[in-house]
Design a protein around this ligand. Structure first.
Ligand SMILES: CC(=O)SCCNC(=O)CCNC(=O)[C@H](O)C(C)(C)COP(=O)(O)OP(=O)(O)OC[C@H]1O[C@@H](n2cnc3c(N)ncnc32)[C@H](O)[C@@H]1OP(=O)(O)O
Ligand SMILES: O=C(O)CCC(=O)C(=O)O
Length: 363
C-alpha cells in the first residue's frame, strides 16, 4: 500500500502570484478527502497566520492527515506544532550545493539541526516526516545515513527538488535502497516535473511500494509542478503498481472540484483532465469509435467519472456517416451517406445527439 500525499495546496500556492483563501483550501481539501487521499499537505505555518489557520481548520475538518512543513528551525517547528497539524514534515537539504547556498553550513551541523527539529516535533505528539531536499543530487552515502539515523521518523522523503531525475536512474536508486534492507514503507518520494517525467518517476516509486508518494492535481506546483495525481491514480489502477486506496470512480469530478476551488484553469490538452482529451472529431476516429470507442481511447473515461464527446462536422467522412445512420436505425444507402455528409458540413460541428438527429431525419 502506498499513501498518496496531495501537495496541490502548498505547492501551487508557491507559484508566482497565487494566494488561496481559507474557503478555497477547505473546498479543495474536502474534494481530496472524498477522493480518499491519505495525506494533504496544506501549508508552511511559519509563513503566517493564514497558513496556520488553514492547517488548523483542515486538520479539524478532514479525514486525511494534514501535513505542515517546517525548516530545521525551532520557530518553524513550533509554528507547525501550534497549527495542530497531524504530521510535521521537517525539510532540509544535505547536498553540497544546498549546504553552501541555502544553509551556509556544514553537513554535520545540518544533521544536528535535523535531529533537533525532529525531536522537537516528535515531543509534541505529532507524527514526524523528514524530507531530504535535493536528495538525488546528494552523494548516496549522506542520504543513506539520514535514512539510517532517522529510524524514529515515520517517513523519510527523498525530494527531487529540481525535477532532474530520470525513471531508470530512480529505478536503480530505489532498488538499491530496498535491496540494502530499507523498508520501502518508510520511504517517501517528492518529485518535480521540470524534465517532463514526474509521473513516470512516481510510477517507478509506486512500483517499489514506497510508503508515501507526493502528487498534485493537474501537476499544479512550483515551476513545472509535481506528478499529476490523476495520471498516477489511473496508471496504478490499470497496471496494479500500487494500492492507493482512492475512490477511483470519482477521480475526474473530484480533481475538477479541486481546480474549481482554487480557480486554477487546466490546459485543454492536459492528460485525463483536459477538455480536448476525450473529444474526438476527425473522420477516421469518430467512424471507428461509433462502433467501438476503445479504438481511439486508452480507457473509458466514465470509469473514472469523466465523459467522452464525439463531434461531427466538415471533418467527418463516409465511414462516420454510415455508422451514424446505422446507429439511428436508418439503412445506410450511398445517397443517404452523401446527404448526411452535406448536412454535417452545413450544420457542424454538432455533438453525437445532434448528428444522430440529422441521421434520423433521413428516414
Ligand atoms: C520545500 C520548499 O519548497 S521550501 C518552501 C518555500 N516556501 C516559501 O518560501 C514560502 C514563502 N516564504 C516565506 O514566507 C519566508 O521566506 C519564510 C517565512 C519561509 C522565511 O523567512 P525568513 O526566515 O525571514 O527568511 P528567508 O526567506 O530569507 O529564509 C532564509 C533562511 O532560511 C534558512 N533555511 C532555508 N531552508 C532551511 C532549512 N531547510 N532548514 C533550516 N533553515 C533553512 C536559511 O539558512 C536562511 O537562514 P538565515 O536567515 O539565518 O540566513
Ligand atoms: O518534500 C517536501 O514536501 C518539501 C521539499 C520540497 O518541496 C522539494 O524539495 O521540492
Amino acid at each position: 500500500m502506498t499513501d498518496l500525499c496531495d501537495v496541490t495546496i502548498r505547492e501551487s500556492e508557491q507559484l508566482p502570484g497565487r494566494s488561496y483563501d481559507l474557503e478555497a483550501k477547505r473546498e479543495a481539501g474536502r474534494a481530496l478527502d472524498d477522493l480518499g487521499v491519505a495525506f494533504v499537505q496544506v501549508g508552511f505555518p511559519i509563513t503566517g497566520k493564514t497558513d496556520r489557520r488553514a492547517v488548523a481548520t483542515l486538520a479539524d475538518e478532514l479525514e486525511a492527515d494534514i501535513v505542515a512543513i517546517a525548516r530545521t528551525l525551532d520557530r518553524d517547528v513550533d509554528a507547525a506544532i501550534e497549527s495542530g497539524a497531524d504530521v510535521i514534515e521537517v525539510f532540509a537539504p544535505l547536498s553540497t550545493r544546498h549546504l553552501e547556498t541555502t544553509l551556509d553550513t556544514d553537513r554535520e551541523t545540518a544533521f544536528d539541526r535535523m535531529r533537533r527539529a525532529v525531536d522537537r516535533a516528535a515531543a509534541s505528539g505529532a507524527t514526524v516526516h523528514l524530507s531530504i531536499m535535493d536528495a538525488f543530487r546528494t552523494a548516496d552515502e549522506h542520504v543513506d545515513r539520514a535514512i539510517d539515523r532517522f529510524e524514529d521518523v515515520a517517513v523519510v522523503t527523498l525530494a527531487d527538488t529540481v525535477g532532474a531525475m530520470a525513471p531508470l536512474a530512480l529505478e536503480q536508486r530505489l532498488g538499491a535502497l530496498v535491496d540494502s534492507g530499507v523498508d520501502p514503507d518508510r520511504l517517501g518520494v517528492h518529485l518535480h516535473d521540470d524534465l517532463g517525467v514526474a509521473t513516470a518517476n512516481a510510477l517507478v516509486a509506486a512500483r517499489h511500494d514506497v510508503g508515501r508518494l507526493d502528487v498534485s492535481v493537474a501537476s499544479l506546483g512550483e515551476r513545472a509542478g509535481n506528478p499529476a495525481l490523476e495520471e498516477v491514480a489511473i496508471h496504478c489502477d490499470r497496471e496494479g503498481y500500487a494500492e492507493l486506496g482512492l475512490e477511483t470512480a470519482e477521480l475526474v469530478p473530484r480533481c475538477e472540484d479541486v481546480l474549481a476551488a482554487l480557480e486554477e484553469p487546466v490546459d485543454e490538452r492536459k492528460a485525463v483532465l483536459g477538455r480536448d482529451v476525450f473529444e474526438h472529431e476527425s473522420g477516421l476516429h469518430t467512424a471507428a469509435m461509433l462502433r467501438d470507442p476503445s479504438t481511439f481511447e486508452p480507457f473509458d473515461p466514465e470509469t473514472y467519472g469523466g465523459e467522452r464527446s464525439l463531434v461531427f462536422g466538415a471533418g467527418s467522412g463516409s465511414g462516420a456517416a454510415r455508422a451514424l445512420l446505422e446507429a439511428a436505425g436508418v439503412e445506410a444507402t450511398d445517397a443517404r451517406v452523401e446527404t448526411i455528409l452535406s448536412a454535417l458540413e452545413r450544420e457542424g460541428p454538432v455533438d453525437l445527439e445532434g448528428a444522430l438527429e440529422l441521421a434520423r431525419d433521413e428516414q
